[in-house]
Design a protein around this ligand. Structure first.
Ligand code: IDC
Length: 356
């Protein structure tokens, strides 16, 4: 299935029916269409769902300057939710869950967090076959729902991505080979470099991994983590990766911990020409717990809007921690109502429903 073609459907409709008509007729047609659309939107809940579906069509993306663009060369801001560790909470990788997130939360991107070293991690004795089967499901469900999917090599306690470079290369080779033609897959090659890992080291790693992906997927978006748990996005501009095409650099924030200082880094990076992608955030503390900071959250929202950034909320799980979006008491793995959501889950849903 060619996703690009689908996405064009709406536009073709507009052009086909307006071409060649006199101006007055054009205006009348537009007016009638607007009235009909307004009436159907009010009367039919299904139409609202269809509208979400259309705006979330997973056509190929590309980067222009610092901005993520859709296939029509228009800026696009992805709205995503990240799974918790795939080994921890595999039950949320199901099509009904993703559909609910798409239609009710207006999410168009699912991030699949494949931890490397933590619990059941890919390089720590985790069941590789099962983990890859979950990724396969995730990619296929998102594809069929017209959503994007981020395959996230979730380094964390292994602060230096070089530690598992060999495994990363063979993993991403396999991913790009399998999914390179899908058009909805985004590769996140290292979640959060940390400890003493410098940008120079991350850059070397990226320069080694990116060509492996490019061999099979020439144009897919690639996300590169930055030092200090993906905060130091301002370090990139002086020395970006070698193969720059469709590469973005990640900035992560947890609003109750990361404040103006971190927003300033992002602004500095963008002004210096670095494409920034927020592949993980929450409005709790960086521990994934602690009190939500709503006033800082508001400031982050303003930054995201101003710079048309994409963002992905952490996490799709019912773990008993503030940054989980589903309440601990809720055992449903799809079809949640708002009362099943945590304070943060409710906030995220409202935020996505109300913004681009
Ligand atoms: C946290 C999870 C928590 C888990 C821990 C593992 O929320 O349940 O026990 O990882 O060490 C990140 C990381 C992300 C963290 C999250 C919250 O990318 O893996 O998840 N966080 O601490 N960066 C900043 C915050």
């Amino acid at each position: 299935m060619n996703v690009d073609k689908n996405d064009d459907a709406l536009f073709v409709y507009g052009d086909k029916y307006s071409k060649g008509l006199p101006k007055k007729a054009n205006f009348a047609l537009a007016l009638i269409t607007a009235v009909i659309m307004a009436i159907t939107l009010c009367l039919s809940p299904i139409t609202a769902e269809a509208a979400t579906k259309n705006s979330a069509k997973a056509m190929r993306l590309h980067v222009k300057g610092t901005q993520l663009m859709n296939s029509k060369n228009k800026p696009i801001q992805l709205k995503g939710v990240s799974t918790h560790g795939l080994a921890w909470y595999p039950q949320y990788v199901n099509k009904k869950a993703f559909k609910k997130l798409r239609d009710d939360w207006h999410v168009n991107t699912i991030r699949l967090a494949l931890y490397t070293e933590e619990y059941g991690g890919y390089t720590a004795g985790g069941n590789k076959k099962e983990l890859k089967a979950l990724i396969d499901k995730g990619v296929k469900y998102t594809k069929s729902l017209g959503m994007y999917c981020i395959i996230d090599w979730h380094i964390l306690s292994d602060g230096n991505p070089m530690k598992h470079q060999k495994a990363a290369k063979s993993f991403f080779k396999e991913m790009a080979k399998k999914y390179g033609s899908y058009g909805n897959v985004i590769y996140e090659i290292c979640n959060e470099p940390n400890g003493k890992t410098s940008w120079n080291t991350v850059r070397k790693y990226a320069n080694n991994v990116i060509p492996v992906i490019r061999k099979y997927d020439e144009n897919g978006i690639i996300l590169v983590g930055t030092p200090t748990w993906s905060q130091d996005v301002d370090k990139v501009a002086k020395n970006p990766v070698k193969l720059k095409k469709n590469v973005m650099y990640t900035a992560h924030f947890y609003a109750a911990t990361h404040k103006k200082w971190n927003r300033d880094k992002i602004i500095k990076a963008i002004k210096a020409g670095t494409p920034v992608f927020i592949s993980e955030f929450s409005i709790t503390e960086a521990s994934g717990n602690g009190k939500i900071n709503y006033s800082e959250a508001k400031k982050w929202k303003a930054l995201i809007k101003k710079y048309k950034l994409s963002r992905v909320g952490w996490s799709l799980s019912n773990k008993s921690e503030e940054s989980a979006t589903i309440k601990k008491s809720c055992k449903k793995t799809s079809g949640w109502s708002t009362k099943d959501l945590t304070a943060w889950g409710k906030w995220l849903r409202t935020y996505y429903r109300d913004s681009k």
